[in-house]
Design a protein around this ligand. Structure first.
Ligand code: SDX
Length: 421
């Protein structure tokens, strides 16, 4: 059987055959054959917005690979900066490439002091850290005007290094601002996750980072590093397709991530568990989900119709963290929810399983992060993924994103002066 489809326009009786390649068909063939007839696909659930060689998901089998490497192996054996190199450059680094990459990122962690004095300090003390981060990333574009030279691969790579390096600094500063605490400068002697935790929590003297917590932070950053054409990555690509600079494109991605349907879900899970309150109330809450009154935050996924492989790794990592921090009291609620959902036809029929956000918040909370910081942590991890896709789009020479629509508004009508209305 040929790997193709045949389309017939019944109005004219003409047909064309279109090959199926890489699991998709070329919409340009459709456009040539049926001018003025558009696919209607709100939410882009059935649309491949691009070709990409960065990340592969197999939603039915719960598979996630970065540049062909299984997420389970990377989480276990790699480091976040090594994974960031892999996503951006396409291959695991040699020792020399790795050391140069880590050196460059380590030595670009500082932000201009005007940032603190004139940007973050302009926000209310209780401003949500995602508001500061999203604004801060956009503001970074004003410090590096050369970033507009997006056709220059060397300049693109310089901004990619700067953004990966500075996200933890901006994130920790957003937290310290909300606490009314002085900012902690980056410490170039610390590893990437440890430097972030130090900027978050150091108060005066030495700040000891438990190795288990440093490792858990590393694993969480790796697990969040990329996820193909998710909502925020799509936002980065769409904004980047207008040839905006990478800071502005990543700021758009941060804005998309902020929503509770996407990266804001980890914060929403904790709020949901707090709303349930008691173990004995889980059953009644699950009934409100099945009636449509509540959404089960941290469950469901556009692609995974099986257990999100990242959720499995995070759940295991949670037990390691709780050995150090003490068990998060909400864990039992979460486990009960999972037990009910994985045995109830409502959830099974809708293929709703725990996603990356269901258990991650429990770890973050036990590590001392306030819930408002959870999406910020997601953003730090996802930055290499956003930038890898932005860079891939630039290398592909993509056209500006400009979808069409099916117009359902009123026909042409003449204006009626106010005096006659
Ligand atoms: C992330 O895309 C990515 O890769 C994202 C991400 C990444 O790494 O970038 O993986 C990160 O965003 C994970 C998802 C985090 N969001 C949540 O946990 C919020 C809760 N989940 C949902 O809102 C929802 O599942 C989405 C947004 C994740 C997916 O939405 P879809 O694919 O549009 O699915 P849908 O809303 O069309 O739902 C299909 C059916 C519906 O039932 P019916 O109306 O057909 O009867 O499933 C139901 C929905 O009502 N449903 C849920 C549900 N999710 C879907 N019902 C209860 N609880 C849920 N969580």
């Amino acid at each position: 059987m040929p790997e193709s489809i045949t389309i017939t326009d019944n109005r004219s009786g003409t047909s064309i055959e279109i090959p199926i390649e890489n699991g998709g068909i070329d919409a340009a063939e459709w456009r040539r054959f049926l001018p003025g007839v558009w696919f209607c696909d709100p939410g882009l659930a059935t649309t491949a917005a691009t070709t990409s060689s960065i990340t592969e998901l197999d939603g039915d089998n719960g598979v996630l690979r970065y540049r062909g490497y299984p997420i389970e192996q990377l989480a276990e054996q790699s480091s976040f900066l090594e994974v960031a190199y892999l996503l951006v450059h396409g291959e695991l680094p040699t020792r020399a490439q790795h050391d140069e990459w880590v050196y460059e990122i380590t030595h670009h962690t500082f932000v201009h002091d005007n940032f603190r004095k004139r940007i973050y300090d302009a926000f209310h003390y209780d401003a949500h850290p995602m508001g500061l981060l999203t604004s801060g990333v956009a503001a970074l574009s004003t410090f590096y005007p050369e970033a507009k030279e997006i056709e220059n691969p060397k300049i693109r790579m310089e901004q990619i290094v700067r953004l990966i390096a500075k996200m933890p600094t901006l994130a920790a500063a957003a937290y310290r601002h909300s606490q009314g605490q002085p900012y902690v400068f980056p410490d170039n002697l610390l590893g990437y996750p440890e430097n972030f935790l130090n900027m978050m929590y150091r108060m005066g003297g030495e700040y000891e980072i438990h190795p288990v917590l440093g490792k858990a932070m590393e694993i969480l950053l790796i697990l969040h590093a990329d996820h193909e054409q998710n909502c925020s990555t799509t936002a980065a690509r769409v904004v980047g397709s207008s040839h905006a600079d990478p800071y502005t494109s990543v700021a758009a991605a941060c804005a998309a991530l902020y929503g509770p349907r996407h990266g804001g879900a980890n914060e929403a899970v904790i709020n949901m568990l707090d709303e349930i309150g008691d173990y004995s109330d889980v059953d009644s809450f699950m009934k409100t989900v099945k009636s449509g009154e509540n959404r089960l935050m941290g469950f469901g996924h556009r692609v995974y119709k099986n257990y999100d492989p990242r959720a499995k790794i995070i759940k295991k990592s949670a037990y390691d963290v709780f050995e150090v921090t003490g068990k998060n009291p909400r864990l039992d609620l979460a486990l009960k929810i999972e037990e009910i959902a994985t045995n109830d036809s409502y959830f099974i029929d809708r293929r709703l399983y725990p996603n990356v956000d269901f258990y991650s918040g429990l770890i973050y909370q036990s590590m001392g992060f306030p819930t408002e910081m959870f999406t910020v942590l997601f953003a730090i991890g996802r930055t290499p993924g956003w930038l890898a896709h932005w860079n891939e789009m630039m290398e592909q020479g993509s056209r500006i994103a400009r979808p069409r629509q099916l117009y359902t508004g009123p026909e042409m009508r003449d204006f009626v002066p106010l005096s006659e209305r």
